[in-house]
Design a protein around this ligand. Structure first.
Ligand code: URA
Length: 289
């Protein structure tokens, strides 16, 4: 029954993320959905996954019974419903999700207007054991195309910085692994800054990623993550200073895209890049202790 139950749950999540408020299930599927998953079977926690049994209405002939709206919430409290024009329909409650469930919820999110313009959702990547986390702003064109964070020109620069620090993007070894995520998971049009409603809709996902990872250090790349995660304005003011997010040391530095702006002005480029390198050396020192 386990696989069928999970499959039904997945379908319900998808339907809900598409805005559907109720579905009809056959007796067989309803029984599968409401069955308690065996002890260590993967999937949502039983208390949340098992919806209260809804008695079939007398007038409806078998085999279908309505699944109440409430049942959708039981099945997937994490998936937000579609947004109206420019607004946030429902902020996701993902505070109890594991990595897999979280990724599934993010992939299917339609909570803000960015969903309409995306090619791919960019969940984030790296090792769930990483001690070091980088947080950027949101996917750009190349990230949207590939569904991976920091794979464009700014990403190349970030990868080089990570290597210079003695870490690697594609390794699982906790000693050298990193995790990379963004404030918003879908590309804002023309790479504009994410709007407040978009950040509001998406931030619970990042907060859950941080809670699951519990890195030893977080590096914020630029003004947007500084403002959105910590509510602080002014990257020039805070760059290179140790801050705190729920007990995790946080260090803001310039975004690699900011450095790329000075590529044609050699001395300014070197000057700004060395500030970032100074910041990253603080991070390396902290991770050694
Ligand atoms: N810039 C960001 O902030 N994030 C990405 O993933 C890519 C570019």
């Amino acid at each position: 029954m386990g696989n069928l139950q999970q499959e039904i749950q997945r379908l319900l999540v998808l339907r809900k993320s598409g805005g559907q408020k109720a579905v009809w299930l056959s007796d067989h599927n309803r029984t599968a959905l409401h069955s308690v998953p065996a002890g260590n079977q993967p999937g949502p926690p039983p208390a949340r996954a098992v919806a209260p049994r809804v008695p079939p209405p007398a007038a409806v002939p078998p085999p279908a019974v309505p699944l109440a709206v409430q049942d959708f919430r039981q099945v997937s409290p994490a998936v937000s419903s579609p947004a109206g024009a420019g607004g946030v329909a429902q902020v996701a409650d993902c505070s109890a999700l594991g990595w897999e469930e979280l990724q599934y919820a993010v992939q299917n999110c339609c909570a803000c207007q960015l969903a309409a313009g995306r090619k791919q959702v960019v969940f984030g990547e790296g090792s769930p054991q990483a001690r070091l986390m980088f947080i950027g702003e949101g996917p750009g064109e190349e990230e949207d195309r590939q569904g991976r964070p920091f794979v464009g020109r700014a990403g190349q620069m970030l990868s080089n910085m990570i290597k210079a620090m003695g870490f690697e993007r594609q390794v699982q070894d906790p000693a050298r692994a990193v995790y990379i995520a963004n404030i918003v998971k879908c590309r804002p049009p023309q790479n504009r800054n994410p709007e407040a409603t978009e950040v509001q809709a998406c931030l619970p996902f990042l907060q859950r990623q941080i809670a699951l990872l519990r890195p030893q250090v977080i590096v914020l790349l630029g003004a947007v993550p500084l403002r959105c995660l910590l509510g602080l304005v002014g990257i020039n003011k805070y760059r290179g200073s140790w801050l705190d997010y729920q007990g995790i040391p946080v260090l803001p530095t310039y975004h690699p895209a900011y450095l790329l702006r000075f590529e044609q002005q050699k001395s300014k480029f070197v000057e700004e890049k060395s500030k970032v390198w100074e910041d990253l050396q603080k991070v390396m020192a902290r991770l050694k202790t």
